[in-house]
Design a protein around this ligand. Structure first.
Ligand SMILES: Nc1ncnc2c1ncn2[C@@H]1O[C@H](COP(=O)(O)OP(=O)(O)O)[C@@H](O)[C@H]1O
Ligand SMILES: O=C(CO)[C@@H](O)[C@H](O)COP(=O)(O)O
Length: 474
């Protein structure tokens, strides 16, 4: 297939799967792609990611003719390695909530919800919640001291996979990048430094940490000499893949629901709603993430015994507001707002709303009302959105696109279906391989705009319902 063009590859090692794209480095044209599934669960041995990566690479026709590769990965997952480079225990993922008490303790130790929240946000841009690596390390130190004692290095999913691609087993060769480092809770996007004092506080010692590679720099090479880019957290990679600039807000509906924006200054939000992450170009990436997004629709489709296309058709057959039926979608607990033990709930059931279309509509609206709260928080942090770019697996749904425009209250641009995290990683790989000051410009056509009258009544009804939920049974 290669007609002499220089090729680069981008990999998205996300929560549910691994996707690989091979693109022309100069034009960005898609040459080939592949995919493989990850196992279910919030605790996953990294070997499964490596197996899926190799399957996805094989499905994409291999990397033999590729000049450079980068990896975008699910953020925050705790990968612990011993002195010999072996994995100490399965990784705890971003959506594993067992470290919620550890998160509360870490905030309390710096002064409680107000003073402690401010102290953490000023130090590292985030206020600990169960998703962040620093809280998982505290959990490990408290609950599995033998594993903590054996931990000689800590890294993130994309760091570990990049290291595996390099073929090294030397902990000194571990690398990360600004965007993923900023999701650990012990690296500051504002200063560009590790806060080993906070890591020491959380874990009781300071294991070896990956070197932070600058955007566009070379992290190393594979054994065959293929250039390895720095990689990125998946949300930063998606922003790079979309070419998002200031004023663009990216909303991703994957396993997580995410609202992000690229900004030129770091964000400090002592409430913790907006995480002050770094992006993949040297700028910043304020981000709100929810634990409940595409899987809310998976669950609704399961309940109604339909596929996603039929779920979308059902939702489109119901009116805005689903006649007053509200689904609060805390099916996996929640991260924003910080309610790790919450469960989902259905409000406003009447004989008229107890129908399949109303339930389908309420599911889509519920997940977007949570994200609209997130968009409000990003705006309060100083972002002035001119449009929303909608991506992630569930962006394929017509109902999702329509409800997004209604509930978010801004024009929603849906780029053509694609793997924007993997594309961002590929663009970064091309940047690293070129040695240029900036990533290559890749044109993209086919973006479709969705506009709708805002629906304040839908958000008002959700706001009345969202605090009424049961905790998970013990
Ligand atoms: N047409 C669709 N409508 C709604 N959800 C969809 C559709 N197609 C895929 N999904 C859902 O999107 C999710 C996968 O999206 P993706 O962004 O790849 O997730 P992740 O990055 O978290 O692994 C799955 O939960 C899948 O069921
Ligand atoms: O925790 C976050 C961001 O802070 C998540 O966005 C993860 O990065 C997982 O992303 P997906 O696999 O759902 O795309």
């Amino acid at each position: 297939m290669n007609s002499g063009a220089r090729l680069v590859a981008g990999i998205d090692s996300s929560t549910q799967s691994c996707k690989v794209v091979v693109r022309d480095a100069a034009t960005g044209a898609l040459v080939r792609q592949g995919r493989a599934s990850h196992p279910e669960g919030t605790e996953v041995h990294p070997d499964h990611w490596w197996t899926a990566l190799n399957q996805a690479v094989e499905a994409a026709g291999g990397l033999d003719d590729v000049a450079a590769v980068s990896i975008g990965g699910q953020q925050h997952g705790m990968v612990c390695l011993d002195e010999s480079g072996s994995v100490v225990r399965p990784a705890l993922l971003w959506n594993d909530t067992r470290s919620a008490p550890a998160a509360r303790d870490l905030v309390d130790e710096l002064g409680g919800p107000d003073a402690g929240g401010r102290a953490w946000a000023e130090a590292v841009g985030v206020v600990p919640v169960a998703s962040f690596t620093v809280t998982k390390l505290r959990w490990l130190a408290e609950h599995e001291p033998e594993h903590a004692r054996r931990t000689a290095a800590v890294c993130l999913p994309h760091d570990w996979l990049t290291w595996r691609l390099s073929g090294s087993t030397d902990l000194a060769d571990l690398t990360t990048d600004r965007s993923d480092a900023s999701g650990t809770g012990y690296w500051s996007a504002a200063t560009g430094d590790y806060r080993t004092d906070l890591l020491q506080r959380a874990f009781g010692s300071v294991p070896h940490l990956p070197r932070v590679v600058a955007p566009g720099a070379v992290a190393g090479t594979t054994r065959d000499g293929t250039v390895l880019g720095a990689g990125a957290g998946d949300n930063a990679a998606a922003a790079l893949g979309l070419g998002a600039g200031e004023g663009d807000v990216v909303v991703s509906i994957g396993t997580s629901g995410v609202v992000t924006a690229v900004t030129s200054t770091p964000t400090v939000d002592p409430s913790g709603a907006v995480a002050g992450f770094a992006d993949a170009t040297g700028l910043f990436l304020p981000l709100v993430a929810t634990l409940n997004a595409a899987r809310v629709l998976d669950a609704a489709a399961r309940l109604l015994d339909v596929d996603h296309a039929a779920l979308s058709a059902l939702a489109m057959a119901a009116p805005s507001g689903a006649g007053g039926l509200v689904l609060v979608p805390y099916l996996e607990g929640e991260r924003t707002p910080n309610l790790p033990d919450a469960t989902g709930s259905l409000h406003g059931l009447t004989l008229a709303t107890a129908t399949r279309p109303m339930l389908a509509r309420a599911a889509v609206e519920g997940l977007f009302c949570g994200l609209a709260d997130g968009l409000d928080a990003v705006v309060a942090a100083g972002v002035d959105p001119s449009r929303v770019l909608l991506v992630g697996g569930a962006a394929a749904s017509d109902a999702v696109r329509t409800v997004a425009a209604e509930v978010l209250g801004v024009p929603v641009d849906v780029p053509p279906p694609g793997e924007y995290v993997a594309d961002g990683a590929a663009r970064q790989a091309a940047w690293a391989e070129s040695g240029a000051d900036a990533p290559p410009v890749w044109e993209r056509e086919g973006t479709r705009r969705y506009e709708a009258e805002p629906v304040p009544h839908v958000r008002a009804r959700y706001a009345a319902a969202r605090d009424k939920h049961l905790e998970r049974p013990v």
